[in-house]
Write a protein that binds this ligand. Structure first.
Ligand SMILES: [Zn+2]
Length: 194
């Protein structure tokens, strides 16, 4: 399995200019496309292009915390809780039903590893790991992704997160969070490394 990029490899992403998230579209759907790839009759958010594929192709700055051939993790521009991270396969696969077993393992092993780092980095008291499939389940980007959200003693345990309730945080804030998580990953003694 591919070795994770280390902090030095990831450093180049830090040097990119403003991410321009001021122009990042709201993800509320005005329509939907019936899924073309998945075997499941799930309605996906309508999109002319995939933001996540743009991040992964280096066409738009993104505060990555790790990436390899199969999976990547980066700071969610919408910080449901401080330290919220997204995990996604590098391939454009719309829903969980489109991932093969190997990719599923890579994504969720990474989610657990990053979750452990996030808890350590921010002193969280709990952690949510969740994902959505289709617009009726709250999916806003038609590229499978897992939300890793640390929770704190001040958090409301039953709170549900809706992306439109959160404005994107600044690029500087994204980079600061990414650095904290990467440091915790480097210090981690986790046996969940991919
Ligand atoms: Zn994509």
């Amino acid at each position: 399995m591919a070795k994770l990029a280390d902090a030095q490899d990831l450093k180049s992403w830090d040097s990119k200019e403003s991410c321009g998230f001021d122009s990042h579209p709201r993800h509320s759907s005005v329509g939907c496309d019936e899924i073309a790839v998945s075997l499941m009759p799930i309605l996906l958010p309508k999109q002319d292009f995939c933001w996540f594929c743009r991040y992964l192709a280096g066409e738009h700055p993104c505060a990555f915390v790790l990436r390899n051939d199969q999976v990547a993790a980066w700071v969610n521009v919408r910080q449901y809780e401080r330290g919220s991270i997204l995990i996604a396969p590098t391939a454009h696969l719309p829903t969980v039903f489109d991932l093969d077993a190997n990719t599923l393992a890579a994504v969720y092993t990474t989610a657990a590893r990053v979750g452990k780092a996030v808890v350590r980095a921010f002193g969280a008291a709990g952690l949510n790991i969740f994902q959505n499939n289709g617009i009726f389940a709250g999916q806003s980007i038609a590229h499978h992704h897992v939300h890793v959200v640390p929770r704190y003693t001040s958090s409301e345990p039953r709170r549900m997160f809706h992306s439109d309730d959160y404005e994107p945080v600044s690029w500087e804030e994204q980079l600061a969070i990414a650095r904290d998580v990467r440091m915790a990953l480097g210090d981690s003694s986790s046996n969940l490394s991919t």
